[in-house]
Ligand binder design. Structure first.
Ligand SMILES: NC(=O)c1ccc[n+]([C@@H]2O[C@H](COP(=O)([O-])OP(=O)(O)OC[C@H]3O[C@@H](n4cnc5c(N)ncnc54)[C@H](OP(=O)(O)O)[C@@H]3O)[C@@H](O)[C@H]2O)c1
Length: 299
């Protein structure tokens, strides 16, 4: 049994708050980094999780507005739209030898983080979960699964294994993915068609996959082509089969953000897809149109 970790969590929202509470519950020291009001609340109340998978529980956490002490790892769990502002809470010198583990969707943030922090300590992860920050320190976890794929081609494997082991022992299903590009693009290839289509038409997946079938198939094919050009495998038939297997009422988090009037991660998903397509000269007319229409709608 390895020693308990000290883990910072930058942005203790839906994903970060859940992982923070799980890690704290299993004996690790957790320091949440947030704005002053949220940090105060978390110090006083801890994080309460209401979960289909883990039951309901409250876990104590420490919290502050900036990283000021050594940690073993810092999870980055803000949305893309808040990333630059949030990173000012993690000065590179304070990070020391800690792993920096972004769990954001998208494919471009790892390069930005490697330009700012020690590149060999940036370990991008993909998380599959449905978890919502209802209010500061209160997390509703709706999915019966919490899956984390840790990557980072330049990160020493033993450090990824150790973190994956602790995350798994805390209740998540964590594993080390062999290939960072494949891991990030696998998530992108599933997410982008679903998010763009459901948000553009304001309909749940069941309606999107029947009424807008041709567009869905085109988006899946385009994303797969860009994924392959970017050096990752892609399986468009499997992506479509997964969409067809989901409950018809499923909504994407981009769509939920649009409905709530919150900023969208449109640039990190659709924008990044278009930039990669352009770099590799892959035609993506349907993606282009949907991103253009979403932007024209003010997103
Ligand atoms: N939620 C999911 O189920 C899910 C699943 C898979 C992937 N993801 C991805 O995970 C990433 C995070 O999403 P999320 O849903 O967890 O986001 P979220 O619930 O909106 O949480 C983000 C947190 O960041 C905090 N924050 C915002 N600006 C900050 C700043 N300047 N400094 C410090 N903290 C700041 C917010 O604080 P306050 O609480 O004070 O507002 C909030 O707690 C996204 O890329 C998303 O696409 C999410």
């Amino acid at each position: 049994m390895t020693h308990p970790l000290t883990v910072a969590v930058l942005g203790p929202g839906g994903t970060g708050g859940l992982l923070a509470a799980l890690l704290s519950r299993s004996g690790h020291r957790v320091i949440c980094l947030a704005g002053e009001a949220t940090a105060d609340t978390l110090r006083r109340t801890g994080i309460t999780v209401r979960s289909r998978q883990f039951g309901d529980f409250t876990a104590a956490v420490d919290a502050g507005t900036e990283l000021r002490e050594p940690v073993d790892a810092c999870l980055v769990t803000v949305k893309h739209t808040a990333l630059d502002a949030a990173l000012t809470r993690v000065p590179p010198a304070a990070l020391g030898d800690a792993l920096l583990v972004p769990l954001l969707n998208g494919v471009e943030h790892p390069a930005a983080l490697r330009a700012r922090y020690r590149p060999e300590l940036v370990a991008p992860a993909v998380i599959r979960v449905e978890s919502t920050r209802v209010s500061p320190g209160v997390i509703e976890h709706g999915s019966p699964f919490t899956e984390v794929d840790l990557a980072g081609d330049a990160v020493p494997r033993a450090r990824l294994d150790e973190l994956a082991g602790h995350l798994s022992a805390s209740g998540a299903t964590a594993r080390v993915a062999g290939d960072e590009t494949a891991a990030l693009w696998a998530k992108m290839a599933f997410l982008a068609p679903f998010a763009l289509l459901t948000t553009r038409y304001g309909v749940p997946l069941g309606t999107a996959r029947t009424r807008h079938r041709e567009e869905l198939e085109a988006l899946v094919a385009e994303t797969a082509a860009v994924s392959r050009a970017s050096g990752a495998p892609a399986d468009p038939a499997q992506a479509l089969a997964r969409y067809d297997a989901f409950p018809s009422a499923t909504r994407s988090s981009m769509q939920r953000d649009a409905e709530a009037g919150r900023p969208l991660e449109l640039d990190a998903i659709g924008g990044a897809l278009l930039r990669a397509a352009e770099r590799h000269a892959v035609p993506v007319p349907v993606t282009e149109r949907l991103v253009r229409e979403l932007r024209a709608a003010g997103h």
